[in-house]
Ligand binder design. Sequence first.
Ligand SMILES: [Cu+2]
Length: 569
Amino acid sequence: MGLLKQDLVLWLLGVLFLSNLLLCRADVHYYDFFVRETNFTSLCNTTKSMLVVNDSYPGPEIRVHRQDTVYVNVHNQGNYGLTIHWHGVKQPRNPWSDGPEFVTQCPIQPGTNFTYEVILSDEIGTLWWHAHSDWTRGSVHGAFVILPAENETYPFPTPDADQTIILQSWYNRDYKELIDEATSNGTAVAPADAYAINGHLGDTYACANETLFRMQVDYQKTYLLRIINAAMNEQKFFAIANHRLTVVAQDASYVQIFTNDYIMISPGQTMDVLVCANQNMGQYYMATRPFSDSAAPPRNNITRGVLQYTNSVGGLNASLVTLPAMTDLDAAANFTRRIKNSNVTQNPPMKVPMDIDRRVYVAIATNTLPCDNCPIQPTRLAASLNNVSFDFPQIDVLQAYYNRSISGVFTEDFPLQPPVFYNFTGDDLTGLNRNADLGTKAVVLNYGEAVEIVLQTTQLGAGGSHPMHLHGFSFYWVGTGSGNFNNVTDPSSYNLVDPPLINTVHVPARGWVAVRFFATNPGVWFMHCHFERHSSWGMDTVFIVKNGTTVDTSILPPPASGMPRCSGT
Ligand SMILES: [Cu+2]
């Protein structure tokens, strides 16, 4: 089926949309990222050496316009190899610069550098960048702000200023040490010690010497908050005392504007939110705490910052800021279901596949695997998609796929449905075998195919929801429901009119979501849970989109200067 007549019309509209934007000059920007260990002190004077970019936590902000191209030269001055990913940038035809370690590249080794070519297309608003190797993204991350193109306006009154708000997890120990130790023991990394807003832990922790993040505002001005959930394993509620939050975009795509007292944001997601400084001039807390529906919840800490009116007098009133309880499922669901795609002209025309060529039904689970070398117990924790626990190869999948002379790196047989059907969302799964199969398996899609992925949570292991992220695409989130997905009756409940266009979807506990997209970006694209512990355990897979029939629908050649070398090649 692929692209039908109706899709052709939409495609032409899309070309017009992009060429309109291109009438103005698309700029090229150059950034240098120096990645090195820097000392930071927090929580009762714990000093730790942390790998960061340009000595800052969070790292430097990239700030460009729509359709620009960005070159980032990453100089690895640290002690181990790493990669960087440009989260939510679709990188048309250019998987070479996408970043996930051993999926599209091998790590940039210490003492070497690699220049990423980050190609923007229709993204608008806020995205972010982060390391994509082991747990290093805990400290190696920053905002990626995409302003309207020169001849383009916001689909709402232009805000007076903007402010990036990055929600983070803080560990007293080194991120790499933590995951290396947990991996060799077959155990879980302990929950984060604290949470931070823009690197500040705030005033709720045991030691009173923590700094508060302060955002200065002028009375009656409107601010665009660019909120990024960079936390490792925690979905987050966020609110500001006395101030309502007006959501205008998610994952670099405009949404139908709505106002709420709080937001719920999953790791990997970004939200653009307007806040008007229209209250009595004073100081107001902003606050964040986790949302969790898992049997293995994170710490229920609140971290606070301050919204501070210029020339205000008087102290802070802690009682004014209210957040939903950590386990408030309704608060999370009620917020998330309000997000709808907007038909403003600043969004690309909606191209929701009405008929699909391929459905991939994916059961998400946490598992255990036998472990002969584990010192504590003879099993290790694992996770899987359709019972395949992703085994990271030693040579990246992209290189092996592009250069067919390398074999044995991956196979093309990721199961298109769960190998065993059981009551995925049932309570008593005690009799089930919790083993998974290790493998490096990909789904291969034809260029232009209309794809539906149905993501199904299971109660195997700790259960709970998962923020599932796909590289190389934004997809339409067309459906969600509780219980086990029914492929006959559930599609009738889909929203094919105004589904949000996002890159990370919240898959609810004891339920499912359906997402759709056209496979028009040839390349090798990672899909994984954005809870770092789950991704480390194997809750990942790879989508390979084959080339189309023309040069313009085929993968770009690798960079002339070469890719980072894999060991042994
Ligand atoms: Cu997960």
